[in-house]
Design a protein around this ligand. Structure first.
Ligand code: PLP
Length: 452
């Protein structure tokens, strides 16, 4: 029988996360204190993160046990299905086999609760009773709101003002899971008040919202901060995707030739591909092709430089070694809100720099064209972020057709697009604009970076 879904049992949910830091040939460059430019230690992070997560952030252990209480919550939607995209293959007339790992089945609709649940758990365990964060389009905010509810934590979300006004449904979702949501900048923090004094009509930015959330956490004893991507512990939690995916390919006795995924801060794709990159590092699958996909409007991996930069736009966070467009980068209002960050996960960047992974970038209209073909063949309406991976997969499948190659292609399908229908409507009405971030602006922003 030809299978469409390759499914695992609830008991097959991995019992350990995979930590690629154990398999790096040389260790990651350490995060640096933004003032002294000296490596920061675990103690510097204690004001805003629980010890459980700080330990994971710096761990070099290969496998880290997943507490039963977290696996219990993962059971709500995990293991997620692996699909064979037969109707898409047929439409493309490709000899390639296309698969996708579908993370859109979680309650908030994306991969993000894989880490949000774990983060809420470690905070609860250490007696914290309130978590705060920022959100752009609202995917991360809703994942944290859902997870905080599960472990009875209070949750506050600083939501970038323009998204708060343009995307009311994600805010409603956060509210119904019990979180407070504020349009950021707010008058509740020093950072927010400063920004509002200078520019009362600002539309806000992710950088400002991060600074507000960090200030809130640092100034309240019972409160911690939670970040939805980029950091090592987030990538660690997301490895659950790739570990399941490996088991699913074993079930059908196959191994992918090409793995693709969209990259915003790098968490869903790192989680999907790192267990496979281990095989590449240890020489078991040297020719595996691993491809990050990003927007030309925010070309961090394809046009950014690999060097130390701040995580936020104000310059308060530790300096991280990563591909960056410069922390002063102002993103265009593209619809893939989750892909508008100036940097990327230091782990993913290091592996890209060392040649284990590569990256491609696309325009917005070709992304929506790909998502439309996907919806009309496979049925699922994907998030504009995930549509980037769909586009790359379609290009690889067409290449296989030209070369008559039966490659196995898989991509991480990071979330559904049910709250992004406005973007699809804009595409239908020819209101999506192709835009490429100018090389000049990258040069200027990079010239202003601290020299390390
Ligand atoms: C947030 C988000 C992304 C981008 O974040 P990563 O950390 O790069 O995974 C991608 N897809 C969806 C659906 C998202 O919500």
């Amino acid at each position: 029988m030809k299978k469409t879904k390759i499914l695992l049992d609830e008991n097959d949910i991995p019992k350990k996360w995979y930590n690629i830091q154990a398999d790096l040939k040389t260790p990651l460059d350490p995060p640096l204190n933004p003032k002294t430019k000296k490596p920061i230690g675990p103690d510097d992070l204690k004001a805003i993160f629980p010890i459980g997560l700080i330990k994971q952030e710096v761990s070099r252990e290969r496998y880290i046990s997943i507490p039963d209480e977290i696996r219990e919550i993962y059971r709500i939607w995990r293991p997620t299905p692996l699909y064979r995209a037969r109707r898409l293959e047929k439409a493309l007339k490709t000899p390639a086999k296309i698969y996708y790992k579908w993370e859109g089945v979680s309650p908030p609709g994306s991969h993000k609760p894989n880490s949000a649940v774990a983060q809420a758990y470690y905070n609860m365990k250490e007696g914290i009773n309130r978590v705060v964060t920022e959100t752009g389009a609202g995917q991360w905010g809703s994942a944290l709101a859902f997870s905080a509810r599960i472990f009875n934590l209070k949750c506050r979300v600083y939501m970038v003002k323009c998204s708060y006004e343009q995307k009311p449904y994600r805010k409603i979702l956060m509210n119904l899971w019990g979180a407070e949501v504020f349009s950021s900048p707010t008058k509740l923090t020093n950072v927010g008040r400063e920004v509002l004094k200078k520019d009362p009509n600002t539309s806000g930015s992710l950088g400002i919202s991060i600074s507000e959330a960090v200030e809130d956490a640092a100034t309240h004893q019972d409160t911690n901060y939670a970040l939805g991507s980029v950091l090592n512990h987030v990538v660690l939690h997301q490895s659950i995707i790739g570990l399941e995916l490996k088991k699913q390919f074993e079930l059908i006795d196959k191994y992918p030739d090409i793995i693709c995924g969209c990259v915003g801060g790098g968490s869903n794709f790192s989680g999907t591909c790192f267990p496979f990159i281990r095989d590449k590092i240890i020489g078991k699958k040297p020719d595996l092709k691993v491809v990050s996909v990003e927007p030309l409007a925010c070309p961090t991996l394809t046009k950014g430089e690999y060097r130390y930069d701040f995580g936020d736009s104000v310059g308060l966070t530790p300096l991280l070694k990563m591909h960056t467009l410069g922390h002063t980068f102002v993103p265009a209002a593209i619809h893939a809100g989750g892909l508008r960050y100036h940097g990327d996960s230091p782990l993913l960047c290091k592996l890209t720099k060392e040649g284990y992974m590569e990256a491609v970038a696309y325009y917005q209209n070709e992304i929506f064209e790909a998502a439309l073909l996907f919806a009309q063949t496979e049925g699922f309406v994907v998030a504009p972020e995930a549509a980037h991976a769909v586009k790359a997969v379609i290009d690889f499948a067409r290449m296989c057709k030209r070369n008559n190659e039966k490659k196995i292609i898989v991509f991480g399908n990071s979330g559904h697009g049910h709250f992004d229908l406005g973007a699809y409507d804009a595409y239908h009405n020819n209101k999506i604009f192709d835009y490429q971030y100018p090389q000049d602006s990258i040069k200027k922003a990079l010239a202003a970076l601290p020299k390390i």
